[in-house]
Every structure is written in structure tokens, then in C-alpha cells.
Write a protein that binds this ligand. Structure first.
Ligand code: WTA
Length: 632
């Protein structure tokens, strides 16, 4: 089955077809998959609801398309190559047949522990093959997985478990990260003190560290699979049944559970994977994301495996045991497509060229970037020193909510332009609008990025709160999906993403809601009020800058700042730690009492000359004091 675009004119042709006859276009892609029952209509949609259905009444199981379908002709081909944290430990290769057996076996084990279709299962695991096996086993039996990044704190984990009423948690004893051995099960134990829905916890032994096992609740992975058959029938799923929930931060309140469904997600992750990366049979593909993020879902697990690809999973960190580890792995496993984040590139760039020198990187054909805008400097470094000037660099723009890559070059097919995501994939209809929602046509325009027509892997709802989905994505501009990003169409017609226009900060490619961080800071008993903004950061893209009004009694600025940072780490997780905390006498407010973040953002960026008019503030005098304080 091939829907791979081969030429620039092929792209133009396919793109036009996808816009003029979207149902015929996607119907044709979907036909090459295995369906238990065909769909009656390709698409039913209304952005008002929103109510979006792809492949209406079609029945399928995504794992039949990943596993069963590939057994006959390529059962012996590697599906997953796993590279451990420690270079001295053996890597593991699972063929499609082995993956099939392991997924079936674990599916049976989960069923035996009382999990069935529609039940929610939390996966809180390190980057080990069992994390992918767990996801696929859920999909096989129709359980809905929600992977939580294993760096999140117990309280973040508990929020997610409670929000989706999970029945089971899959986890490990610990996690190897560089020189560290981090407790994982212990975090689950702490989370479960405030969760009542979880009946069973299955624990994979990875680090061998001591863990407490609660009787009648906690079971070892190796015990539950014992005696289970390596065949398991695939549950019949409706195309619109939930496949997974993935929590992501927004500009307000707690993270929301983005819901993706079986049929559309399957078609789009496959289609975008083969086209963007131009994957060819036999290639070794490596995405360095964590399975806890959408990139890990769509482009480590689902997209590549649907395409019958070999996907590499890496347990460790880019700088352990040395800053050339990524490149060592590329050479060791002869990686052909390499997909990472700008923050990793910038961090490695700081080590200079020496760590790259021992490696040839000659197998690389395509390199990719995801998660945040890639600045031109990092783009050129990546392109010249990793791609050696002859690998197309795909700058892929997309979101948890879009399920798959939306705007990107197709490697070697459509042109590359530094720092530009460039052109939409077939089926994707982006538009740029002004503040009132008027479409800005033509080139050389800048505004907010919206999408005007559904694509198969568009968000269907936010779990348990459909109105939140409507308000967040479909209400800002009538009849459009609003991305929350600003964008520019340049003089050549290429799209450049300018970053978030809402109160979301993108830290090392991870989304943090300012409100979420403020809520965590406010938990500290000495904090009276706080405001959080992003500021430019050389490695992380954006850093977190917190301004807090505090009761200083019994504290110094230094120890209180540290306590605030620790509070955030405890409540959300280390990834949300503020880079800077400034204790302030007040926060700039409008007369209606709203915090003027625009001013705080300028101060955080050191752009004191661009504060604009502050005279209309309720408390203009506070601005001077904050500026003074920021210089310390
Ligand atoms: C940002 C990650 C510029 C953007 C797949 C988006 C990007 C948010 C790019 C989604 C890119 C992602 N260029 N910005 N190539 N890719 N973003 O949900 O602001 O973790 O809205 O999904 O990351 O982050 P999320």
C-alpha cells in the first residue's frame, strides 16, 4: 500500500484533490487498511458542536493494522529497536511477530485483571518497549490509554487518574535516566492515596530497586503474563470509539484530556508519517520524543508501526554518557530518519563539534524538528553538522490536538526553508486571520493560525467536558479550529509559525499553561499572588519567569524563591520549575483588576523600552519597582 507522494507536482496534484474532494481523497487512503466493516460515509462534520465523525459506522481495530496485517509478509522484520540508557547493556530488537505475541499476551493479562472495552488505563512508564506494548495492548482490547509522562509529579498523576476515572495503572519500579535511577512506582503509590477508581497496578521490573507492593492491588508484569496465550482476538471498535486520551496544558485551569478516536487517527498518522519522512521499506527511523507526549504516540508508536516501519526507542538522555550519544546511536543502528526537538539541538550545539566528530552519520537521509519554532541558527547547525548539508530538514508543525503533522515540508519533495514549517500536508487547510477572524489572503501577511476544514485526526472532544473543547478551539473564530499559534505567510507563500498567542509557554517543546504554574506557586503559604510569563531562553526556547507577591516574614528572598521553585516541582513536576522567581511589591493591573501580562513579558525579556503606555494602569508606580527588581 502506498500513498507516498513522489514529486513536487505530485504534491500539488494531491493537495488540490484533497481540498476539492476530501471525502474521496481520504476514502482512498483508508481503503488500503483492514476494516472489519466498511464505513457508510467518509465524513460528517460541524465545527459548531463540534461534532466531527470520520469513516462513519466503519469498524476496525488499529492493532490489526499494525500487527496482524504485517505478520504474513514481514513478521521477521524489526518493528521496535530499543536502545537502553547504559551503552553497555544489550539493545533489544522486537520483530513484528514478537511484538504481536507480546501485545496479545499482555492484552490477555489485562483482560484477566478485569479490564475491558472502554475502561481507562493510565500508563506511567519509562521509555522501554513495554510502554509501547502497553499502549497497543489497550488498543487491542478496546481499553482507552492515557499515557502520563513519567516526569510528572504524584499530584499531576493523581489529577489525570481522577479526571478519567482510570481502572488500572501500568508502571515500572524505576527509571534509568543518565546517571540517575528514579523511583516511578513510588510516585504512583503517592498518587493513589488520592484516587479511588484504580483497582489494579501492574509493575514492570526495570531497575530492580525496592518497591512497596500493596496486596490485592499491585501485581508484577512478569507474573500477570505467565501462562497467558500469545493470541488475542482484536476487539471490534467503531471508527469513532476513543483510542486514547492525552492530557495537555492550556491557557486556563487544569490540563485537559484531548481525545483521539480509532479510525481517523489511524489513517492520518500513517499518511503523514510516510509522506513527511519519505519512509522506505527497510529504513531505520528514530524519533527521540518520550511516549508521554503526542509526538511519542503518533511518531514513535502508531504512525511508524502502521507503516510497517522499524522504529527506534531510546531510554536515556542525549548527554549520557557523553554529548555524542545521539550520534553514536545513529551510527550504531544505521538510522535513516532522525526526528528531534530544537531544544535538544540547541543543548547539543553548546558542546561544539567535537562530540560529533567520531561519528559518520552517513546513513541519515532525513532529519526532522518538532515542538517549537526552530530558530535559524539551530536550523543551520542541525542541517550542516548533523544532516551534513544533504539531508532535507523537515520542520513539522502540529499539536496534541491535531494528532498528526499539519504543516511541514515532505522530505526532499517540497522545498526546505530555514525556520519555516512551510506548506500544509494534503487535507490540511490552514488560514491566517486577523483579530476579528477575517481571513488574510495573499502573501506577506501575519496573524492567527486557524484551520478551516476537518482532517482525520482532529481532536474530537476534551474528556468529560465537551464545552471546554468548544470554547478552547472552536469559539474564538466562528466556523474555524483555532490553533493558539501566530503565523506568517511570507513573500513566497511559505508558512512560518511565530509561537503561541495565548497564555501557554513552550518550554523545551513542552506546553505549560501559565495559570497552571501560577496555581502551583500560589499553593506556597507565603505567596499572596503570582503571575507567570515566558521569556526567551537560549536552550529551552522559552523559560518560565514567575513574579510573586509574598509575605516575607521569616524568609530571605533567596530561600523563598527556592521554596517556590520546589513547590512547583512537587505539584506539577520538575519540567515546570520556574527559571526565575522575582519577589515583587505588586503586579501591574488594569483598572478592572486584570494582571497586565504584556508588561510583565516585556520586563522578563529585558525589553524595558517597549512597555507601551502604563499610565492607564491601576498602579503604574509598581512597574518601576518591578523593573528595578528584575535587574538584580
Ligand atoms: C508548538 C507538539 C513551531 C506550537 C507536536 C504548538 C511548533 C505547540 C512546532 C503544540 C514547529 C510544535 N514550529 N512551533 N515545528 N511544533 N510547535 O501539543 O506552539 O506538545 O501549538 O504538540 O507546540 O505542542 P504539543
Amino acid at each position: 500500500m502506498s500513498h507516498k507522494i513522489q514529486t513536487l507536482s505530485g504534491y500539488i496534484h494531491e493537495y488540490q484533490k484533497s481540498v476539492l474532494q476530501p471525502e474521496e481523497f481520504w476514502g482512498r487512503v483508508a481503503e488500503s487498511f483492514h476494516w472489519k466493516k466498511p464505513w457508510s460515509k467518509v465524513l460528517d462534520w460541524d465545527f459548531e458542536g463540534p461534532d466531527i465523525k470520520w469513516f462513519v459506522n466503519g469498524k476496525l481495530n488499529i492493532t490489526e493494522n499494525i500487527l496482524d496485517r504485517h505478520l504474513f509478509i514481514m513478521g521477521d522484520r524489526p518493528a521496535i529497536i530499543w536502545e537502553p540508557n547504559e551503552p553497555g547493556e544489550e539493545h533489544i530488537t522486537l520483530t513484528y511477530k514478537e511484538l504481536y505475541e507480546k501485545v496479545c499476551q499482555f492484552s490477555n493479562a489485562m483482560k484477566a485483571q478485569g479490564v475491558g472495552k472502554g475502561d481507562r488505563v493510565i500508563i506511567y512508564m519509562p521509555m522501554v518497549p513495554e510502554a509501547a506494548i502497553a499502549m497497543l495492548a489497550c488498543a487491542r482490547i478496546g481499553a482507552v490509554h492515557s499515557v502520563v509522562f513519567a516526569g510528572f509529579s504524584a499530584s499531576s498523576l493523581a489529577d489525570r487518574i481522577n479526571d478519567c476515572d482510570a481502572k488500572m495503572v501500568l508502571t515500572s519500579d524505576g527509571n534509568f535516566r543518565g546517571t540517575k535511577k528514579i523511583g516511578v512506582k513510588s510516585v504512583v503509590d503517592e498518587a493513589l492515596e488520592s484516587c479511588s477508581s484504580v483497582e489494579k497496578v501492574i509493575v514492570l521490573k526495570r531497575t530492580g530497586q525496592d518497591v512497596a507492593m500493596v496486596s490485592n492491588r499491585d501485581l508484577w508484569w512478569s507474573d500477570v503474563i505467565k501462562g497467558q496465550s500469545t493470541e488475542c482476538p482484536a476487539e471490534e471498535m467503531d471508527a469513532e470509539d476513543m483510542l486514547f486520551i492525552l492530557y495537555t496544558s492550556g491557557s486556563t485551569g487544569k490540563p485537559k484530556g484531548v481525545v483521539h478516536t480509532c479510525g481517523g487517527y489511524m489513517i492520518y498518522t500513517y499518511y503523514s508519517f510516510v509522506n513527511v519522512f519519505q519512509y522506505q521499506t527497510g529504513d531505520i527511523y528514530w524519533c527521540t520524543a518520550d511516549v508521554g507526549w503526542i509526538t511519542g504516540h503518533s511518531y514513535i508508536v502508531y504512525g511508524p508501526l502502521l507503516a510497517g516501519a522499524t522504529t527506534l526507542m531510546f531510554e536515556g538522555v542525549p548527554t549520557y554518557p557523553h554529548a555524542g550519544r545521539f550520534w553514536e546511536i545513529v551510527d550504531k543502528h544505521k538510522v535513516n530518519q532522525f526526528y528531534t526537538a530544537p531544544t535538544a539541538i540547541r543543548a547539543l550545539e553548546a558542546y561544539g563539534l567535537e562530540p560529533i566528530e567520531p561519528y559518520s552519520l552517513e546513513t541519515l537521509k532525513v532529519i526532522g524538528s518538532v515542538g517549537e519554532p526552530i530558530n535559524e541558527e539551530a536550523w543551520h547547525w542541525y542541517h550542516d553538522h548533523i544532516g551534513k548539508g544533504n539531508c532535507p530538514l523537515v520542520d513539522t508543525w502540529w499539536q496534541t490536538e491535531t494528532g498528526g503533522i499539519m504543516i511541514s515540508a515532505l522530505a526532499g519533495i517540497t522545498p526546505n526553508k530555514p525556520a519555516h514549517a512551510s506548506l500544509p500536508l494534503p487535507g490540511i487547510q490552514p488560514i491566517i486571520v486577523d483579530a476579528d477572524g477575517n481571513e488574510l489572503t495573499g502573501n506577506n501577511v501575519q496573524g492567527n493560525l486557524c484551520i478551516k476544514f476537518p482532517w482525520p485526526s482532529i481532536i474530537r472532544t476534551t474528556y468529560g467536558d465537551h464545552d471546554r473543547c468548544k470554547q478552547t478551539y472552536f469559539s474564538t473564530y466562528k466556523g474555524l479550529y483555532f490553533t493558539g499559534d501566530g503565523a506568517k505567510r511570507d513573500h513566497d507563500g511559505y508558512l512560518r509559525i511565530l509561537g503561541r498567542v495565548d497564555d501557554v509557554i513552550n518550554v523545551s517543546g513542552h506546553r505549560m499553561g501559565t495559570a497552571e504554574v501560577e496555581n502551583a506557586i500560589n499553593e506556597h503559604p507565603k505567596v499572596i499572588e503570582s503571575a507567570v510569563v515566558g521569556f526567551p531562553h537560549d536552550v529551552k526556547g522559552q523559560g518560565i519567569y514567575a513574579f510573586a507577591i509574598c509575605d516575607m516574614e521569616g524568609r530571605t528572598v533567596e530561600n523563598l524563591s527556592n521554596e517556590i521553585i520546589q513547590t512547583v516541582s512537587k505539584i506539577i513536576g520538575p519540567i515546570a520549575k520556574p527559571d526565575k522567581v522575582q519577589i515583587v511589591p505588586g503586579l501591574p493591573k488594569t483598572r478592572s483588576g486584570k494582571i497586565m501580562r504584556r508588561i510583565l513579558r516585556k520586563i522578563a525579556a529585558g525589553e524595558m523600552d517597549q512597555l507601551g503606555d502604563t499610565s492607564t494602569l491601576l498602579n503604574p508606580e509598581v512597574v518601576e519597582a518591578i523593573i528595578e527588581g528584575s535587574k538584580k
